[in-house]
Design a protein around this ligand. Structure first.
Ligand SMILES: [Zn+2]
Ligand SMILES: [Zn+2]
Length: 341
């Protein structure tokens, strides 16, 4: 074989090799893309099959039916009066806090049956629905009926409290928002919280509200609440946050000997926190209202908060935008009090 022939052969061989290589690469690529296509087809088929087997899911609809919402609240209300002992992770019983959002549904919007079921009575001689301001001295739950009590009453007032005096607009919802936020934070801190109302369509009597201090609302038992926090907002010209201080004589059963001192400490601690968190000015306590029904009926230390002035537009703006911060401040105040008392 001469050189010329050899070179020709080598050229032919290398040309063959190059062609074979290109062909191989083409074959591999084609195989891969076919595999990919088949896999996609298989997935699409599976998805179709799964969709056919699944029930059709309608997008969840906002429940705008008030009646349904009310029914749910009624169920919750019945449930939250049942106080099965609850325990912390540490195994110790949780401390119980009663949160009372002041006021509620206006008396003029309530039927006689509603008033009755909320614990109010009709007083023939006074010609009004309402409740007695006190219990008979040394008892719990025995209405004074105008005698055998401390007789403390506001100027020109008496032992009888007509429920119409507690009618408010704007305030019930402001109070409820603050109370619901406080509930959230207290529960996060490990407390058991009992709400005296959870909607603005309720307006329990004071008798009914304080019954939450007892296991299962049973006032024949010993109260098991550690504190009662009554949440209100002020009106009548002014600005800032405060609490109403206790003073004088309280004669209802179960209160500790230092009921006044403990209650005022609790009010002060909460108010300081609320002022700092909301920016509302930290006002000195409100005196001269020692006659308030709740002070005369609550069996455990009580803080009666007057947070902001709902009839002052600047304060109302704070109340509307800061209920979460206010609720957290209430919870922190309660927590600080209970760690030392
Ligand atoms: Zn009385
Ligand atoms: Zn109020």
């Amino acid at each position: 074989m001469n050189d010329k022939k050899l070179r020709l052969l080598l050229k032919a061989a290398s040309a063959f090799l190059v062609i074979s290589l290109v062909f191989c690469i083409y074959a591999v690529c084609r195989n891969n893309s076919q595999k990919k296509y088949m896999e996609e087809q298989r997935l699409a088929n599976e998805t179709k099959l799964a969709e056919l087997q699944m029930p059709t899911l309608e997008p969840e609809q906002e429940n705008e039916n008030d009646e349904t919402a009310d029914t749910e609240e009624a169920i919750v209300l019945e449930g939250d009066s049942v106080s099965v002992p609850s325990y912390n992770a540490a195994g110790t019983a949780k401390k119980v806090i009663v949160l009372d959002a002041g006021h509620g549904k206006s008396s003029s919007a309530m039927s006689a049956d509603e008033k009755k079921s909320e614990g109010y009575v009709y007083n023939e001689s006074k010609g009004s629905w309402g409740e007695w301001r006190h219990y008979k001295n040394g008892t719990f739950g025995e209405d004074c009926g105008g005698s055998g009590c401390t007789l403390t009453a506001p100027p020109n007032g008496s032992c009888w409290y007509p429920m119409g005096n507690g009618d408010r607009d704007t305030e019930p919802s402001v109070n409820l928002n603050n109370a619901l936020a406080a509930q959230k934070y207290l529960e996060q801190m490990g407390y058991e919280v009992r709400m005296t109302r959870t909607s603005n369509e309720e307006n329990p009597s004071m008798n009914m509200r304080v019954s939450y201090c007892f296991p299962n609302n049973d006032t024949t038992q010993t109260p098991d609440a550690a504190a009662y926090i009554c949440i209100h907002s002020n009106a009548g010209g002014g600005s800032g946050t405060s609490y109403i201080s206790l003073g004088g004589a309280y004669e209802q059963c179960f209160i500790p000997s230092d009921y006044i001192e403990k209650s005022n400490t609790l009010g002060q601690l909460i108010n300081t926190k609320v002022a700092a968190a909301s920016g509302l000015s930290d006002n000195s306590p409100i005196g001269s209202e020692e006659y308030l029904i709740l002070f005369n009926k609550c069996p455990v230390p009580i803080a009666y908060m007057e947070i902001g002035f709902f009839d002052n537009s600047r304060d109302l703006g704070v109340l509307k935008s800061s209920s979460d911060a206010i609720g957290r401040a209430i919870a922190e105040g309660v927590d600080e009090y209970l760690k030392n008392n």
